[in-house]
Ligand binder design. Sequence first.
Ligand SMILES: Cc1cc2nc3c(=O)[nH]c(=O)nc-3n(C[C@H](O)[C@H](O)[C@H](O)COP(=O)(O)OP(=O)(O)OC[C@H]3O[C@@H](n4cnc5c(N)ncnc54)[C@H](O)[C@@H]3O)c2cc1C
Length: 462
Amino acid sequence: MRIIVLGAGPTGLGAAWRLAEHGHHDWLLVDAAERAGGLSLSVVDEAGFTWDLGGHVLFSHYRYFDRMMEQALGDAWFEHEREAWVWMRERWVPYPFQNNIWRLPDDDLVRCLEGLVEIHRAPTAAPPANFAEWLQRSFGRGLCDVFMLPYNFKVWAYEPHAMGTTWMGERVATVDLARVLRNLVLRRDDVSWGPNAKFRFPQRGGTGAIWQSLADQLPQERILLGRTVVAIDTAARRLEFSDCSTERYDALISSMPLASTLRMASDLPALRPLAERFVHSSSHIVGVGFEGLPPEALRTKCWMYFPEGETPFYRVTVFSNYSANNVARPGEQWSLMAEVSESPAKPVDQSRLVDDVIAGFRRVGFIGEDTRIVTRWHRRLPYGYPTPWLGRDEVLDQVQPVLESRGILSRGRFGAWKYEVSNQDHSAMQGVEAVDRLLMGTPETTVTGRMNAEPPALAASR
Ligand SMILES: Cc1cc2nc3c(=O)[nH]c(=O)nc-3n(C[C@H](O)[C@H](O)[C@H](O)COP(=O)(O)OP(=O)(O)OC[C@H]3O[C@@H](n4cnc5c(N)ncnc54)[C@H](O)[C@@H]3O)c2cc1C
């Protein structure tokens, strides 16, 4: 079976890693970019500062993925405890926000509590029609008005009522009223929620170092970089590249955006109109490097959320706190990385974005007038977040079986278009599991939402 793996991000590298482990002899890994890593690569700017494409933190749901990470970087990791905060009403509230509303001004706190009491007094049994309804029923009106609705619009760049409800799982913390009240009475911060309460970060080279190392350990003759696929003949099982060359496959594991696959597959005209229904947002990543040390308030923080309209960003990472080596002169400089979402529903004026971000840093007191800026770096990611739009699952259910019947497994962050399984660990494991399905007939678990920590041992299968 000739297998082509399209895309050398975590999904493609997971697939290639597993193919090499199987000892499979006929496969290729191709990518349009000149470097492996996809959205998880890192960039060093002209001033010598390292940037990820958005604040990437590594955490894992899988033992197999843990082993891959050991093979990538050995023990060259920093371990961090998440310290995440929300900045609003001129104050810090620890994440998860809903557990720590005792830190809000009294009028907001009362609104949040009234909403919580209301939903506990009269819970609604009918399933929520959209994400906004789900938020309302889970958190109450007050928490929604104060935080959930403005924050979610800022991060997704779409109104929550245009989004579905099947994706949330562990991605959104729900609320425990007794715990909220306990924290209020005891005036206690409550921070230890979620799968990323602890995370790892490479000591050097940013997140991209992980994926570059895995790519370096693969047979190099099987990796084709700088090759852009422009058309797919799904009947003949052939890819066409921008230089007019072609490659035949028996099976294709593709992590390019699923909507692009539908547009390129000219022999599947019935699916083509569905490509226009896929919804995504773009991400702007703005990195700013400074001389000196971060202010006291930022010394131990990892990342911060910004629900209010006074700043363009929804999240800022103190990227030099992840590794001192993310700046050119460790110990003498520091860096912030901001994320700004964009969509047709939330346009962004790129010409002033970097200035707006820096003005936002000043407004919230991260930097002063005399802070010396060493570097400014900006990258727009056309595909940032795979939006879980209302009606997504019906479209995926129509599209994926047809592609699979033609030997195409579309997997990964935008290949499967499932935000709930689109982090690095999920993506890499979707690649691993796709290979196991092709070579051993093992059912995939991540893309279908039945995650399994351990794929089958190869020795037993041979
Ligand atoms: C702002 C932001 C923050 C994030 N934070 C985190 C985090 O904290 N933790 C975490 O685990 N994950 C995080 N992620 C997610 C992480 O980046 C993804 O999980 C991962 O990169 C997805 O891997 P992938 O291989 O599926 O897709 P990608 O990384 O997108 O790779 C797809 C590859 O396909 C190639 N390709 C596309 N079209 C073509 C074509 N026509 N021809 C040839 N090649 C093509 C691309 O060049 C690309 O290299 C974040 C993502 C973003 C955008």
